[in-house]
Ligand binder design. Structure first.
Ligand code: APR
Length: 235
């Protein structure tokens, strides 16, 4: 016997690199993605940073410059409209570090940090990152030249996990948009939401490793399927 559908009061939406693909930003794991061009171990781990600070800064400086130029696309704008017009709560949790949700007018929880922010590896101070960071950029708080982009690398714990888990455990609908479901803990959010009795939907260009965990699917380009889905939710 299927359970009756409960009213939608709280929606949690997880977004990934596919959401920003049509803004001109590369994804990670598609054929021409960032991880086909750069070694994760070199540019996205604390060990890689310790080995070659300049290489890591160069990688993130290029991504910061690209993100600063990138416009939000219709999918980001539709999610901003949903967050503004939905009568209940809409929580956006993003793995993206590009800042395009904010450019579109949304508020998002940045579980993998933000390119626009800098972090001191010595004292944990955070501040707005300059467009070009260098290994000798001093921390404005403690003065140590140990500053890094405020992004979460492999082997590090994503930010805001307590609050994200609280939201997943109290949501009525969970959606994952433009994420391959290959990186945990984000890939496990669908299971958390299911355990809480939420409906689940995946919106993506293709099926993913975790597609089977979702109740419903919309397949296509984010710029088309996300505005359509938002129209449905807003009735
Ligand atoms: N519309 C919808 N989905 C798309 C589009 C598009 N236009 N283009 C690509 N996609 C989908 C791909 O099919 C893929 O499933 O987006 C997904 C992108 O997957 P990844 O490149 O793995 O990106 P993501 O899931 O966000 O990566 C998670 O991995 O490397 C780390 O920290 C990095 O936050 C990142 C995390």
């Amino acid at each position: 016997m299927s359970q009756p559908t409960r009213p939608l009061q709280k929606i949690v939406i997880l977004t990934g690199a596919g959401l920003s693909a049509e803004s001109g930003l590369g994804t990670f794991r598609d054929a021409d993605g960032l991880w086909a061009q750069h070694r994760i171990e070199d540019v996205a781990t604390p060990e890689g940073f310790a080995r070659n600070l300049q290489l890591v800064h160069d990688f993130y400086n290029a991504r910061r410059a690209q993100s600063a130029e990138a416009p939000p696309n219709p999918a980001h704008k539709a999610l901003a409209r949903l967050q503004q017009d939905f009568p209940g709560e809409v929580i956006l949790v993003t793995q993206n570090v590009d800042g395009l949700h904010e450019k579109a007018g949304s508020q998002a929880i940045h579980m993998h940090g933000e390119l626009a922010r800098a972090l001191c590896a010595q004292c944990d101070a955070r501040w707005d990152a300059p467009m070009v960071m260098t290994p000798d950029t001093p921390c404005p708080n403690c003065g140590t030249p140990a500053t890094r982009p405020d992004v979460v690398w492999f082997g590090e714990i994503p930010y805001h996990m307590d609050i994200i888990l609280d939201h997943l455990q109290t949501c009525d609908l969970f959606a994952a948009i433009g994420t391959s479901g290959q990186v945990y803990p984000a890939a496990g959010f669908v299971e958390e939401a299911r355990l809480a009795g939420a409906q689940t939907i995946e919106l993506n260009l293709d099926a993913t490793d975790v597609s089977r965990a979702f109740d419903a699917h919309r397949i296509g380009k984010a710029s088309q399927i996300v505005p359509d889905w938002v129209d449905t939710l807003l009735g």
